[in-house]
Design a protein around this ligand. Structure first.
Ligand SMILES: C[S@@+](CC[C@H](N)C(=O)[O-])C[C@H]1O[C@@H](n2cnc3c(N)ncnc32)[C@H](O)[C@@H]1O
Length: 416
């Protein structure tokens, strides 16, 4: 905590609440103060930090879980001097908001544009249960015995993830984790509208297949916070070219009592009753990811998360195109050409989305040890058009002599 903070009673109250090991339920720091650099925790830029008190073999500790763009990083600190030092360091970081739940109150602190702390404290009227389970950070968003996972065949009837479905479980979990973090941030920043029961958040999963992601996202986002979910009103739609997927998924939804729509059609041509707010695509094959991104742009979706699959299109173009000097080595050998094509394809996709008024980042959504198809394009529609984005894209195309599918799809309708 800085000297200026130490002199402010709001920060002092918040600090006392976070350091009250008997009373702390959980503290959350999020957002970045206007005009300030990103908060840095454990030497990395972080988006969100959660602080809890946990019982370890070595006794009661303060657990800090910091979330960067892709994963959670957890450290434990002995109560006393160590915990005080780590909390002071966290309070000194330029997070815009703190939300601290204790057994008897909720404290919400927001830092104004001028850097002043605004603290609102409300007394808790209902008792709250404190979990001191130290493994919670490793916890899954969906418990293994969640009815959704059983209905999808990821878990068996005893509620254990089947050994053959572990990779799918992890993949879907990590995707939903990123969706949750991205959605939380976009809602907070006003880039995604706040949904209501009458007008729920419309999410479409393009190339949904057996709808593992569709159902998992629905389950997590709609579950009440008391059950570890987000309690958001959400309406999911899955699109897939296979009739059999729609039949199967509709049956699963009915069995689970979930209202979701499954549309049979191509990603490029499917008709939805209303444009979605959020577009998801997990491993839509080859240029189907481009179709998904083009639809997202057409719908002006507020948030897009797409994990591409294989990248044959640009790879085959690179086989015949002449590489610019001195980069011929990048495409001479098949394996290197394939890898470079993956990178070039996603870089061009990111560039096109920027051109369309999206803030884009490219992140890893599941460790590469589990799948090489672990890149995820995340785009938030801000409406801001970055200077130089058009030239950057044109130069890259001219240099490599390729025509990306997404560029063709967006055609002349680009909103530059
Ligand atoms: C690799 S699977 C991924 C399924 C699901 N997203 C998942 O990760 O479990 C790709 C799915 O996309 C569908 N698909 C591929 N191209 C499509 C297109 N152009 N339009 C609609 N569906 C498509 C396929 O039928 C298949 O179900």
């Amino acid at each position: 905590m800085s000297d200026r903070q130490a002199a402010a009673p709001e920060w002092e109250r918040l600090r006392a609440a976070v350091l009250d090991a008997d009373g702390l339920v959980r503290a959350l720091a999020s957002g970045r103060r206007r005009g300030a650099p990103a908060p840095v925790v454990q030497g990395r830029e972080m988006r969100r930090v959660e602080v809890r008190v946990v019982d370890l073999k070595a006794g009661r500790h303060l657990q800090v879980t910091a979330y960067d763009a892709t994963q959670a990083h957890t450290t434990n600190h002995a109560l006393g001097e160590d915990a005080r030092a780590v909390v002071d360091a966290l309070l000194a970081e330029p997070f815009a908001n703190w939300h601290v739940d204790t057994t008897d109150a909720t404290h919400q602190l927001r830092v104004t544009k001028k850097g002043a702390p605004l603290l609102h404290t409300s007394t808790r009227t209902e008792a709250v249960e404190v979990s001191r389970d130290h493994d919670r950070a490793k916890d899954r968003l969906l418990a293994e015995d969640d009815p959704v996972l059983v209905a999808l065949g990821i878990s068996d009837a005893q509620g254990r993830v089947k050994p053959t479905r572990q990779a799918k479980y992890r993949q879907v979990e990590e995707f939903v984790r990123l969706l949750d973090a991205s959605l939380g941030e976009a809602l907070e920043q006003g880039h995604v509208r706040t949904p209501t029961e009458d007008d729920p958040l419309r999410i479409v999963d393009l190339g949904c297949g057996n709808a593992y992601l569709t159902f998992a996202a629905h389950r997590f986002l709609t579950a009440p916070p008391a059950e570890g979910g987000r309690g958001l009103p959400v309406r999911m739609t899955g699109v897939d070219v296979k009739q059999q997927s729609a039949d199967h998924n509709t049956q699963v939804a009915a069995g689970l009592g979930i209202e979701a729509d499954f549309v049979v059609g191509s990603i490029g041509g499917a008709r939805l009753e209303q444009a979605p707010d959020v577009v998801l695509a997990l491993h839509a094959c080859d240029t189907a990811t481009d179709d998904a991104l083009a639809r997202a742009v057409e719908w002006q979706a507020s948030l897009v998360l797409a994990a591409p699959c294989c990248h044959h299109d640009i790879a085959s173009q690179l086989r015949t195109a002449e590489a610019p000097a001195p980069y011929a080595m990048l495409t001479r050998h098949g394996i290197l050409r394939e890898r470079f094509a993956d990178t070039l394809t996603d870089a061009l996709r990111a560039s096109l989305l920027r051109r369309e008024g999206y803030r884009v980042d490219v992140v890893e959504f599941v460790e590469s040890a589990h799948t090489p198809r672990n890149t995820l394009l995340r785009a938030v529609r801000t409406g801001a058009h970055r200077a130089g984005a058009v030239e950057e894209y044109d130069e890259l195309l001219a240099a490599w002599g390729v025509r990306p599918r997404l560029g063709e799809l967006l055609g002349d309708g680009l909103s530059r």
